[in-house]
Design a protein around this ligand. Structure first.
Ligand SMILES: C[S@@+](CC[C@H](N)C(=O)[O-])C[C@H]1O[C@@H](n2cnc3c(N)ncnc32)[C@H](O)[C@@H]1O
Length: 308
């Protein structure tokens, strides 16, 4: 890893002081005199040693293997994080992670990227609504759909599905599983919100009416019937296994952060969780390179059918 390649300027927070870098008064580490990790231009860099230090600590503290996340992206986020936290060295930041559980939560949330919204990438949901769900339902008349939202973040994705299933087949017993590695986002998801209007900007108004209750002009929560359809749980896509089988697995905008080496293993895990004929729904910018080897047929952008 080249320690000068990925940098994040700290000039914006500097005013005066040692070497032009003065931690703000709220600095987590204002007593530290270490500036390891800053290059001559006062930009954060991460050396192999510091990356290893951080990687080992994160494995130990969060059971999360940074080796499987794309290095460039991870480095960029990490250097940005150090800048934001006004840290003075990688060592000091890691030491603080070990004793400050709030900072550890923040760290996890920041590096795993929880951006999400309802009916995200509307054209894909339109396709699911008009083509995929009717097909899945026709294949099991009278029965409910089993779905899994992998990397569900705040729950917007799985609740979008619960609304669509209610719209199409309100009397069937659908069962949805929604999982994420981040316990904090799972709490909000499980509570059914509240969600901000801007998180629903792509959601058709008839679905809002069907599945949500307004609590103020800006905030809405999920109706109890939507929440009761979903079971939330912690699941690390890089190491946990399930024996459950689903008609539909949604794994969107998660694998995009993983290395090329680990992606096939992750998609294999998805394949194992699908019943033959089941559908894998992935992110708009994602494709599965070796889908045939994994037992999938390509249906349309973002959609694959597991053949077995
Ligand atoms: C960008 S969000 C995507 C949310 C949603 N699927 C969507 O497309 O709107 C990525 C989510 O993946 C989760 N994630 C990252 N690494 C993970 C892992 N190893 N196992 C499970 N979830 C992970 C993050 O915590 C985050 O909530």
């Amino acid at each position: 890893m080249n320690s000068n390649k990925f940098t994040s300027s700290v000039q914006s927070r500097t005013s005066s002081g040692a070497a032009g870098v003065k931690p703000a008064a709220s600095s987590l580490f204002e007593n530290s005199t270490l500036f390891k990790g800053l290059n001559d231009n006062k930009q954060w860099t991460i050396s192999n040693d510091n990356y290893k230090l951080l990687r080992d600590a994160i494995m130990d503290l969060l059971d999360l293997d940074l080796n499987h996340y794309r290095t460039q992206q991870m480095e960029r986020r990490l250097t940005t994080l150090l800048e934001r936290r006004h840290a003075t060295s990688w060592q000091a930041y890691v030491a603080n992670l070990r004793r400050d559980s709030v900072e550890l939560d923040y760290f996890q949330e920041f590096i795993t990227i929880n951006v999400s919204s309802f009916y995200r990438d509307a054209d894909k949901w339109d396709f699911l609504r008009s083509k995929i769900l009717p097909e899945l339902m026709a294949a099991k008349p009278m029965q409910g759909i089993n779905g899994w939202s992998v990397g569900c973040s705040i729950g917007a994705e799985v609740y979008t599905l619960s609304m669509l299933l209610t719209e199409k087949a309100p009397n069937r017993r659908h069962a949805l599983w929604a999982t994420d590695i981040d316990a904090r986002v799972l709490e909000r998801a499980k509570a059914g919100g509240p969600y901000f209007q801007n998180e629903l900007r792509e959601l058709p108004s008839e679905l809002v009416q069907l599945g949500m209750n307004p609590v103020s002009s800006q905030l809405l929560t999920m109706k109890p019937a939507m929440k009761s359809m979903v079971e939330f749980g912690k699941f690390n896509l890089l190491k946990d296994e399930t024996t459950r089988k689903f008609d539909l697995v949604m794994c969107r905008n998660v694998v995009i952060y993983f290395t090329t080496e680990v992606k096939p293993q992750v998609y294999q895990r998805m394949a194992r969780a699908l019943r033959p004929g089941g559908i894998l729904f992935i992110g708009s910018t994602e494709t599965i390179a070796n889908y045939q080897q994994l037992g999938f047929d390509y249906i349309a952008p973002s959609f694959y059918r597991f053949i077995g």
